[in-house]
Design a binder for this molecule. Structure first.
Ligand code: PAF
Length: 294
């Protein structure tokens, strides 16, 4: 839609956005949406690149959604870096940035109607952050309603969020295809995250333990889910400054892990006051005991 040097069209008003996108649709263009809370990094750049391959027009939303932050969480200090965000968006072919004010998305304050994430919204991240996924799904449903994309693009880094958004799109028949993009990592394995900026140099170096633990777990896959968790836990236990919230193996849909086949190892941990999450694919192979025939 534009050349990178133009930079994205920035819109804060849903009606203005609809009219820009209406013109694109009239020309037969398909639209991909990448919802973000700003503080963009290489992980977002990969989402924009994937969106650009999947659709003709890439819309990125930049909105720090108060509804998904609990009391005492980092809403007030969440990094806001709009100028740098626009430069990265331009570099990665974003055509339109939708950056509404809070009262545009929530004109009456807390909305009366929310999207209930169901039981999966109350475990793992949802157990530590009650109401978080209700806030995420509610804003994503609104953004889907405003933008009406053919495709929504999300990172696998927030794996539980991705699974829940996929379910929401399917169960509420939203007509949006939800695509997941592999986690982007720094050279030392740390998953890209807006919250990495909170880490001091010592914590930043400690944070690489999470990925080492996931890799350790992945390598133990032949022993089954318990061996995967034990191997990852051993790596984490060597760093007492890391406070683990959960470390679990689940199916790809986040149910009970299969005996064999594709699964996911997920971790959440605190380093100082920063909470980090990460996950990795694990291929479980059925164990054969020594007495089994070959
Ligand atoms: O992953 C995020 O940045 C947010 O949870 C999202 C999907 C933009 C909703 O606010």
């Amino acid at each position: 839609m534009h050349t990178a040097s133009d930079g994205p069209v920035v819109v804060g008003d849903p009606d203005a956005l609809r009219s820009v996108l209406g013109r694109c649709r009239a020309d037969g263009a398909t639209i991909a949406l990448v919802p973000t809370m700003g503080a963009l990094h290489a992980g977002h750049a990969a989402l924009f690149d994937a969106a650009g391959k999947a659709a003709d027009v890439v819309v990125a939303s930049v909105f720090v959604n108060p509804l998904q932050f609990g009391p005492g969480e980092d809403l007030a200090r969440y990094p806001r870096t709009f100028e740098a965000d626009m430069a990265l968006a331009a570099e990665h072919g974003v055509d339109v940035v939708f950056a509404p004010d809070v009262d545009v998305i929530y004109p009456h304050g807390e909305p009366l109607v929310h999207v209930d994430p169901g039981p999966l919204g109350r475990v793992l991240e949802g157990a530590t952050r009650p109401g978080h996924f209700r806030g995420v799904l509610t804003v994503v449903a609104k953004l889907f309603g405003i933008v009406r994309p053919a495709i929504g693009v999300f990172g696998e880094k927030d794996y539980q969020q991705l699974v829940l958004i996929r379910s929401m799109a399917a169960e509420l028949c939203l007509g949006v295809q939800v695509a997941g993009v592999a986690t982007v990592r720094e050279p030392d394995g740390l998953a890209e995250s807006s919250r990495n900026r909170y880490l001091d140099p010592e914590q930043r170096s400690l944070a690489t333990t999470l990925h080492r633990a996931l890799r350790g777990g992945q390598e133990a896959a032949a022993g089954g889910p318990a061996a995967v968790v034990a191997a990852a836990a051993d790596v984490l236990a060597a760093e007492p400054a890391i406070v683990v919230d959960y470390l679990v193996v689940r199916s790809r849909e986040l149910g009970e892990p299969p005996v064999a086949g594709e699964a996911r190892l997920l971790v959440a941990a605190r380093i100082g006051s920063t909470r980090l999450i990460d996950n990795i694919a694990v291929h479980l192979t059925p164990s054969t005991s020594a007495g089994d025939p070959p």
